[in-house]
Ligand binder design. Structure first.
Ligand SMILES: Nc1ncnc2c1ncn2[C@@H]1O[C@H](COP(=O)(O)OP(=O)(O)OP(=O)(O)O)[C@@H](O)[C@H]1O
Length: 306
């Protein structure tokens, strides 16, 4: 189990992280979300022992995680970290990079393991390709495979799919997170993308204003977003009478007392996002077809499903 106890950290004078406490069970998947600059990467670096906390302690089981002030070599065998930089060896092949830390003692087993990992990140066809010839997204997949090669007990991922195109992203997420769950590997993911979180995280940590604003399941935070920041992570929303109302809760109907005037329509694939004026404010709602500009419409607000 990972225990994060009252961490305080600053690069310079102003703290980047304050009063950070949470725990992660073996095999549990946790995501860290927050605006750009809220300290997600910094928190991962502290968890990895790449930075020294000013105050507080970190433990994985009974081992205290210590930063560079106390450790000559950063990192621990039970933990792997994939940063936004990847840190690969450009002049050797994809397969060699993935197998870099695997023992050469059983070469057949090593080759089988590399093949299995290539399948997880869907890079089988690139096994002999030199890493310097790969795209950013392909490099990111090599870094992910290399991080899980020796099956860490806990994996730290910083925006793990940020360079990967939408075609690949969906299947890669399923492959990777299912692989980690099957092997009971705990995982902490810093992400801006709700798709990384909703289906795969057991728990979500929201960072705001240097602190933890909320910790709960993605389902709970989605259904009961306490702040606009939390709601904005999940989608378009309105604040009506001090209540957060997602765009999907507002419905266009034949008759109602809520009357608005349509201002803009945005095509979103399976629906249109419509911006309308309601009592001098703008309101967003979803509708299955386009609605012409300046049309007067009637709306109802559905309660959020519990
Ligand atoms: N090496 C550094 N020295 C000084 N300040 C830093 C350093 N690295 C990050 N910071 C500052 O610390 C704060 C948190 O940065 P961090 O990279 O952890 O945020 P983040 O939430 O991961 O952002 P993003 O989502 O954009 O990756 C920011 O204000 C950033 O400018």
């Amino acid at each position: 189990m990972l225990q994060v106890i009252n961490i305080l950290f600053s690069y310079e004078k102003t703290p980047v992280l304050k009063d950070i406490s949470f725990s992660v069970e073996a095999g549990e998947h946790v995501s860290i979300i927050g605006e750009s600059g809220s300290g997600k990467s910094t928190l991962l670096k502290l968890l990895y022992g790449e930075l020294d906390a000013n105050e507080g302690q970190l433990f994985w089981k009974n081992t205290e995680i210590l930063g560079p002030k106390h450790n000559l070599v950063v990192g621990y065998d039970f933990m792997k970290y994939v940063s936004q930089e990847f840190d690969l060896m450009p002049f050797i092949s994809v397969a060699e990079n993935i197998g870099k830390h695997l023992s050469n003692f059983y070469p057949d087993e090593k080759q089988l393991r590399i093949k299995e990992l290539l399948e997880v990140v869907e890079l089988n066809d690139f096994a002999p390709t030199k890493v310097k010839l790969l795209s950013g997204g392909q490099k990111q997949r090599v870094a992910l495979a290399r991080a899980i090669a020796k099956e860490p007990e806990i994996l730290l991922l910083d925006e793990p799919f940020s360079h990967i195109d939408n075609f690949k992203k969906q299947s890669l997420r399923r492959n990777l997170f299912n692989y980690l769950k099957e092997r009971n590997i705990a995982c902490i993911v810093a992400s801006h993308d709700k798709e990384d979180v909703l289906s795969y995280s057991d728990k979500m940590i929201v960072l705001n204003n240097h602190k933890i604003e909320a910790i709960n399941t993605p389902e709970h935070l989605f259904k009961q977003p306490k702040t606009p920041l939390i709601a904005s992570f999940f989608g378009e929303f309105n604040v009506i009478d001090n209540t957060i109302v997602y765009a999907h809760q507002v419905q266009l109907v034949e008759k109602s007392n809520i009357k608005a005037t349509v201002k803009k329509c945005y095509f979103k694939g399976t629906f249109f996002l419509i911006e309308a004026e309601l009592n001098g404010d703008l309101i967003l709602f979803k509708h299955h077809k386009e609605v012409e500009k300046n049309k007067k419409v009637c709306l109802i607000i559905e309660p959020q499903q519990s």
